[in-house]
Every structure is written in structure tokens, then in C-alpha cells.
Design a protein around this ligand. Structure first.
Ligand code: EPZ
Length: 422
């Protein structure tokens, strides 16, 4: 299996263009199933998770064609059929459950494996299923699969028991062709929800309030295939800003929606870095006096849980103590053990992590446990003394397009090596 060899100590400098957002592309790819014909998506990132999602919709009869050079994806949905979405696909990528909304809306039937466990937490899909039931679907669990049936979904009022990005999007996709009006409350406000809603509205859906906690949907009879460009990835953008910060360099991320990265920018300014921003670019520069901070992860627009592991790597290099309070997932500190191997001093108490800063990280063989924990180790290696080998980098291939090329273009000493075992 491939691994990264990173020699730390280089100050990253320069500009990096941000790719399309993974967490918007995945539901939008699935939402194309709601219409007959050819959908064309631009700015689709070349990621493992995108290819897994293409396999998922191909199970249902969709035909796909992806141009990796131009990041353009064409999806033909004229021959959609009832089919099972197998466990091996869903366990590879939990976002496969996004097919349930469109399958129920279009076919009145869904047969999808329950996702099972995940490295960062139990991550059930009970809210998704409760939303479908509220729309009139009958839900059964057989041999680890969800079998959902509905002659015709009917508009409803559904209050989510917890803010959930996936449930908000999945239930919204089911409701766009239901009979009558659907009111969803306690919705997630993430930009991914808005991008998916914009895609659906361009297809002809009637949706109000996406991006707020209340979404109102008037069901329509038919949706049409369209051309659409995926928004930029705010988590990728934040990761590269943190790469600039941890190496005390001067990095500008371009092709971003600056306001989507506000929580991270506030945290970096609070630490003492200089942040300069335009509408579609953000620059991080060294600061005079740095200090540790307290970060609490929250639903958007709060600090994103997906940047918790990456910012923790930065925290180990700051003077003083920093504290992380992870409120979204119950097991999202899998990167701590590996950071400790590189010399970090971190105590974990439940969902709180206390980071003793002022550490000169040093190279050590480490391995990724999930996508964002992997990003944290890459950032740590960029600042560590010596050459770090990072294994199981297939995790970062899921969500960071051309990671080593982009980091090399900023001056990092990173090589992707073949082989390397475990
Ligand atoms: C999305 O996951 C993202 N994934 C995650 O990014 C992200 O961390 C997460 O939102 C939070 O922002 C995609 O968009 C593909 P949730 P999702 O439903 O939708 C609980 C990455 O690194 N919950 O908002 O699965 C859940 O367990 C990934 O790109 C239920 O209890 O997250 C969690 O504690 C990792 N029942 C909380 O809600 C449900 O039915 C928020 O999860 C659904 C969720």
C-alpha cells in the first residue's frame, strides 16, 4: 500500500486552488437520480469517495462518465431500476445511504445496507429513517438491510431530534416530489445542504429556507436533468490554511467561498496569525505573538468537526495550553495516539482534549485511521523534525484531491511511495 514520506521544517509559501466540495458532490451525484436524462456536473473532485458513489448509483442502472482532467462528471439516469445497495459499498462509504431519499421519491422503494460502525463514532441513521416514515414510507430492517417502501410520499412536518447534515439532505431529497408541503425543522445549515438544495431547485424543486434551521418544500411532479457546478470545499481550504499556519509560512487558498471558512479564520486570528481575505481567497501569514486557544466543534456556522483533528496538530506547536471540545462525534480523537508518537503532549478526558503546546514534533512512523485524522498527521509531519512515514493514506485519498501535488507546489518535501506494508 502507498505511503507518504514527509520531511518537515519547510515554511509553505504560495497559492493553492481548492477543489470541489466532497460533501456537496456526494449528495448531488445521488440527487441526479431524481430526473430522467443526462446530468452534467462540473468541479467534481477526483476522490475515492466520488468513485464509490458512482458505483452506488450504477447499481441502480445509472451510467456515468468522469473526465478526471476536467473534473466533469456526466450521469445518465434513463434506466433507473430497483436494486440492492450492498453492504460492501455502504461499509466503504456511509454516504451511500443518500440513495434512499431519491430511490423512495422516484421508485417508491429502497433496499440499502445499514452502514454499520465507523472509526469516529456509531453514526446511526435513525433520523433519516424517521424522516422517511414521517413522509409515509414503511421501513423494515432485514438481514442488516433497510427495506423502505412507499406508494407515494406525502408532505409532512418533521422536527429532527438532532442536527444532522445527512438526515437533512436525505429527507429533503425524498420530499421534493412528495404530495403537498413538507416542513423540516432543526435542520443542518451546512453549505453542503445549501449546494444540494440549489441543485434541486435548478432541477425544478420548490425549496425555501435551505441554510436555515427550517426548510419548506412544495412537492412537484417532475424534475429535470441539469448542468451544475459543485461549490468549493471549505474543509480542504481550512486544511491548507492550517498547513500554512503550522509551518509558519505564507499560504493563500483560492477558488473558495471565504465566508464558509469563517470559523477557522476566527480561530487562526485568535491564535495570533494574520488572516487576509477576499470574496474567493484567504491568506494566512505568520503572527507576532501566538497563544493556545479553546475550540468547541459545532454545527455550521460553528467550528467544523472535520477541522478538529487538523487544528489539533497546529495546537501542539503553539505556546501554552489549548483545549478541544468535540461535541459532534463520540470517538473523534483517533489521531491523538499517533500525534503522541510524534512527541505531542495531549490528555483526553471524554470528548475533551487538553493539548500542552510548545512541542517540537519529531518524525515517527504513523498511520491514518480516518480521513481527517490522516490530514492531522500530514500537518504534524510538515512541522516535525526529520522524515515521517505515514501509512494507510488511502484514508486521505477519500477527501483530498492531489494532496501531495498541492503540498509540493507550496514547497513541502512530500513523496508518495509505493509498497510499505501494513
Ligand atoms: C456529514 O456526516 C459529513 N459527511 C461529515 O464529514 C461531517 O463530519 C458531518 O456531516 C458533521 O458535519 C458527509 O457529508 C458525507 P451528521 P453525517 O448526520 O451527515 C448523529 C468528512 O470527514 N446522527 O451531521 O453522517 C451522528 O452520529 C466526514 O468529510 C444520529 O444520531 O453527520 C453525529 O453524532 C466525516 N442519527 C451527529 O448526529 C442520524 O440519523 C451529526 O452527524 C444521523 C446523525
Amino acid at each position: 500500500m502507498d505511503y507518504y514520506k514527509i520531511t518537515g521544517g519547510k515554511k509553505l509559501k504560495g497559492e493553492v486552488k481548492i477543489s470541489g466540495a466532497k460533501n456537496a458532490a456526494l449528495p448531488i451525484i445521488v440527487a441526479s437520480l431524481l430526473a430522467d436524462g443526462e446530468t452534467v456536473l462540473c468541479n467534481v473532485p477526483n476522490l475515492k469517495d466520488v468513485f464509490t458513489m458512482l458505483k452506488v448509483i450504477e447499481c441502480l442502472g445509472a451510467e456515468t462518465e468522469y473526465d478526471a482532467e476536467k473534473n466533469i462528471l456526466k450521469i445518465k439516469t434513463n434506466k433507473i431500476k430497483k436494486a440492492e445497495i450492498p453492504y460492501e459499498l455502504v461499509k466503504t462509504m456511509r454516504a451511500s445511504v443518500y440513495v434512499m431519499g431519491p430511490m423512495l421519491a422516484r421508485l417508491g422503494f429502497a433496499d440499502v445496507s445499514l452502514p454499520g460502525g465507523c472509526a469516529i463514532g456509531e453514526r446511526p441513521i435513525d433520523i433519516h429513517l424517521a424522516g422517511f416514515e414521517s413522509l409515509g414510507a414503511e421501513i423494515g430492517i432485514e438481514r442488516g438491510y433497510v427495506i423502505a417502501k412507499a406508494k407515494k410520499l406525502k408532505g409532512t412536518r418533521f422536527i429532527m431530534r438532532k442536527v444532522s447534515v445527512g438526515a437533512t439532505i436525505n429527507i429533503m431529497m425524498a420530499a421534493v416530489m412528495a404530495d403537498g408541503e413538507t416542513i423540516l425543522e432543526n435542520c443542518a445549515m451546512e453549505p453542503d445542504v445549501v449546494d444540494c438544495a440549489n441543485f434541486l431547485m435548478k432541477m425544478g424543486a420548490k425549496i425555501e429556507g435551505a441554510g436555515s434551521e427550517k426548510i419548506i418544500i412544495q412537492g412537484v411532479k417532475k424534475l429535470n436533468p441539469i448542468h451544475y457546478t459543485i461549490m468549493p470545499d471549505r474543509i480542504e481550504a481550512g486544511t491548507y490554511l492550517l498547513a500554512g499556519a503550522i509551518t509558519r509560512g505564507d499560504v493563500t487558498v483560492t477558488n473558495v467561498i471565504s465566508e464558509h471558512v469563517s470559523a477557522l479564520c476566527s480561530a487562526l486570528s485568535e491564535i495570533g496569525f494574520q488572516i487576509r481575505r477576499g470574496k474567493d481567497w484567504i491568506r494566512v501569514l505568520p503572527g507576532k505573538k501566538l497563544r493556545g486557544i479553546y475550540v468547541k466543534t459545532l454545527p455550521y456556522p460553528g467550528f467544523p468537526t472535520d477541522l478538529q483533528a487538523p487544528i489539533m496538530a497546529l495546537m501542539t506547536t503553539l505556546p501554552g495550553i489549548s483545549v478541544v471540545n468535540e461535541t459532534i462525534f463520540e470517538n473523534r480523537f483517533t489521531h491523538v495516539g499517533e500525534l503522541r508518537r510524534m512527541g505531542a503532549k495531549i490528555e483526553v478526558e471524554g470528548n475533551m482534549a487538553i493539548v500542552h503546546g510548545g512541542t517540537q514534533l519529531s518524525a515517527a512512523p504513523v498511520m491514518m485511521s480516518d480521513l481527517r485524522a490522516g490530514a492531522s498527521l500530514v500537518l504534524a509531519a510538515l512541522a516535525a523534525k526529520g522524515t515521517t512515514e505515514i501509512r494507510r493514506i488511502y484514508h486521505s485519498d477519500r477527501g483530498y484531491e492531489k494532496l501531495s501535488e498541492k503540498l509540493s507546489s507550496l514547497g513541502a518535501d512530500i513523496k508518495r511511495e509505493k509498497g510499505g506494508g501494513y
